[in-house]
Structure formats: C-alpha cells, structure tokens
Design a protein around this ligand. Structure first.
Ligand code: PMP
Length: 429
C-alpha cells in the first residue's frame, strides 16, 4: 500500500471530519500500531503512551485480540437470543462488585451507559432533579451535556437546564475549602445536602473526578453525600468510566476507596480495552422499577464479540494482577513527581492513586495562578520527546497521567526523566 504522508492525512481530516472533533498536540501524531504501553507512528517511532486509559490491559493485548478474532469467526448476534457468554461475563463482572449490585445492562459507550443510568434513576424515583459536581464530564449526548458543567459551562455551551444543580468540586488544593481545613469534607457535602430538594432524582459523580483535574475526593465526603441524597429520596450514581478496573491500585472500583456503595455503577472505556463496550450495573430494586413495560434493547450492546472481549479483558486484569502492579508503579511515579515538585516551583500539587495521577501546574504557589499555557507547552514538548500525556482540569493546567496498566517502573522513570529535563531547561526557577 502506498504510504500516505502525515500532512495529507491532516488535510483530508480537516476536509472530511468535523473541525471540532478532538485531536491532540500542536503537531498531531499519526499512530499506525500499538503494542501494550507503546504506540508507533508512521515513521516507526515509538512513543510511551502515558495517557490512554482505554487500552487498559495494553494496546492490542494478544489474549484480547485472540478472544475477539475467535468469537467473530463463530457468531456475533444480539441479546435477543440466549447466550452463555453474556451470562459468564455478567457473573464475573458482578462478582467484583458489592452484593447489592447484581443486575447488568450492556451498551456500547460510556455515554450510552450514563444515559441509561439516568433513565434507571428516573424510572425508580419518578423524579428529574439531578445534582452534579462542578467541572464534571459524563458524556457527549444531549442529556449528558446538560449534566456536564465541563461542557455546558464551557465554549459553545448554553449553561445547565433547570433540573441540573451544580455543587462545588471538592478540590482540596484550589477549591473553596482546602486541605488545611479539617471540616472541608463536611462543608463540601453540605452543598449537596443544601441542593437536595423535592423530586430529587439523584447525584452523579466520578469516584475520582478526572476531567475536572484528577481530583481525589476528601475522606468522608461521599458517605455524607450519599446519606443526604438517599434521605431526600434520590439515587447515587458512580461514574466509574475512568476510575474502575483496578487502575487506582488500592481498590478495584473508585467508590470502594471511600467505603460507599452506589445504587448504580456506570462502566466504559477500559472494560473493552478499545472495543466499544459500556455497562450499567444496579440493584434488583432499581432494575425492577425500570422494567415498567417498555422493553430495553441496544442492537450492539452485549453482542457475542463484545462479551468475549469484555470477559477476556477482565480475566487478564485479574490473571496479570494489574491492580497490585498499578499500586506499585503508581507509588513509584507519585514519589518521583513529588521529587520534581521539590525542585520545580511550577508543580503546585501532585495527586492521585495507582495509575491515575495528576500534576497541577501553577505560576505562583500562593495565588495558585494556573499555568495552563505552560502545561500545554510541556505536554507538547513531552510528545516531541516521545512521551504521550494530556492536560485537564477547569484551567487545563493539570498534567494527566493514566497509562495502559502494563506501564512499568522503567516507563515511569523515562517519563520522570523526560519531564525533569524539560522543566529544567524550559522552566528553570
Ligand atoms: N464518563 C466519563 C467520566 C468519561 O470520562 C467519559 C469519556 N471521556 C464518558 C463518561 C463518556 O464515555 P464515551 O466517550 O465512551 O461515550
């Protein structure tokens, strides 16, 4: 096949795809192949992928590829027929969750899963009012843009509709109540209690808000929030699209970090390792309320190939002990980043758990003036040096590190050395 140069691909993309379809880096990368935590461009150059949490067990993991190929050659149909594969997958998946969460619905994306979660919550509570965290992102559909301050309060957004109530992001670094305040968790939770109103449908949050800047929630916050929401008759939805499947190292699911049990859990990204799978898992009571006479059908959700792939991804996470690996490598990475923070004023905060990590950049450690431009420049420099990262947070000043889980200590050392070099040359204090 004749090779198409990167510049022509870029020009064709501008012509053929929507201009606002997201693309990374000033000089975009043309990736042609992936292998575990590495990506290769059209020149054969290898990049360390420290950003793509979708390829959870590694890009093109041979066991996952094999499971998909094998099933594709046998049958790919839908949930209208009996299949043991979907049962085995649902059994294995629910076995990782608290006993109250046993009923599964399979869909094709995180957005579709969050949409369904909202339908389940509405069917159960017969109410509509929702509470969301400021700066949250839950998906790209019409309803989810309404529920995502990151989008509806950003460029091109129209603000929230009347049924969406935003509460402050419990950010102990730059939020209204900070780490030094021993009552910060209560104060943040009080905002949720104050937003609970009649006809409350529920509360939705990521267990560690990611788009909002890799935030670790304060201890005790979620428990207080869940109590307040349930007292008001609402249900609690945990968006685990980014945080689940052992990434945090300490726990398999993000909500477990805080000792709470949600009513509805939403899964996406990592569970298909790049194959489009989403899932919603809930209690039998909520599933019963949803079973109101209207059938649920997703043409591709829960198809045989998706189930074979989903099952294999889960098996690989468990067999390869990727959760404990994430804990070990994550500790090493966090320690290294804290070391860089000692040396470089621009790093204001380092936070995270396992392989879910953020480094927040500031121009001034007292005023916390966000260093968004600098973060963008650094991420572009890292890409030039062969390390792929991204930025996030309301001011785009948080360097986000969430690699495929096989990411090793040696990879962490390469990332740290590269970042340290860039900071020393470009941002010497
Ligand atoms: N929830 C969260 C927390 C997400 O990060 C995303 C995607 N970035 C979604 C939902 C939506 O998932 P998808 O893009 O698969 O529709």
């Amino acid at each position: 096949m004749t090779r198409i140069r990167k510049a022509s691909t870029r020009e064709a993309r501008q012509r053929l795809l929507g201009r606002n379809v997201s693309i990374a880096y000033n000089d975009p990368v043309k990736i042609v192949r992936g292998e575990m935590q590495y990506l290769y461009d059209d020149d054969g150059r290898r990049y360390l992928d420290a950003y793509n949490n979708v390829a959870h067990v590694g890009h093109c993991h041979p066991k996952v590829v094999g499971a998909g190929q094998q099933q594709m050659a046998v049958l790919n149909s839908n949930t209208r027929y009996l299949s043991d594969l979907i049962i085995r997958y649902a059994e294995r998946l629910t076995a990782t969750l608290p006993a109250s969460l046993r009923v599964c619905f399979f869909v094709n994306s995180g957005s579709e899963a969050n949409e369904l979660a909202i339908r389940l919550a509405r069917a159960h509570t017969k109410a509509r009012e929702m509470i969301v965290l400021d700066h949250a992102y839950h998906g790209n559909t019409t309803t989810l843009i309404d529920l995502s301050p990151y989008k509806h309060d950003g460029p091109g957004g129209d603000g929230p509709p009347s049924w969406v109530h935003k509460v402050p992001l419990p950010d102990l670094y730059r939020g209204p109540y900070r780490a030094a305040d021993p009552h910060a968790a209560e104060k943040y939770a009080q905002h949720v209690a104050d937003s609970c109103r009649e006809r409350l449908c529920g509360f939705i949050a990521e267990s560690l808000p990611s788009v909002a800047g890799q935030i670790v929630l304060p201890d005790g916050y979620l428990e207080k929030v869940y109590n307040a929401v349930r007292t008001a008759g609402g249900v609690c939805i945990a968006d685990e699209v980014q945080t689940g499947y052992g990434r945090l190292g300490t726990h398999f699911w993000g909500f477990e970090k805080y000792g709470v049990v949600p009513d509805i859990v939403v899964l996406g990204k990592p569970i298909g390792n790049g194959h489009p799978i989403g899932a919603v898992i809930t209690s039998s009571e909520i599933a019963e309320s949803f079973d109101n006479g209207m059938e649920f059908f997703s043409t591709f959700g829960g198809n045989n190939v998706s189930c074979a792939i989903g099952l294999k991804v889960l098996e690989v996470v468990q067999e390869e002990k990727l959760q404990s690996h994430a804990l070990q490598v994550g500790e090493h990475l966090l320690e290294g980043l804290r070391g860089l923070k000692e040396k470089h004023e621009i790093i204001g905060d380092v936070r995270g758990s396992g392989l879910f990590v953020g480094a927040e950049l500031v121009r001034n450690r007292d005023t916390l003036e966000p260093a968004g431009l600098e973060a963008d420049r650094i991420v572009n420099r890292m890409r030039e040096e062969g390390v792929l990262l991204g930025t996030d947070g309301p001011f785009h000043n948080v360097i986000k590190i969430r690699p495929p889980m096989p990411f090793s200590e040696a990879d962490a050392d390469l990332l740290l050395a590269t970042l340290g070099r860039i900071l020393s040359t470009d941002y010497a204090d």
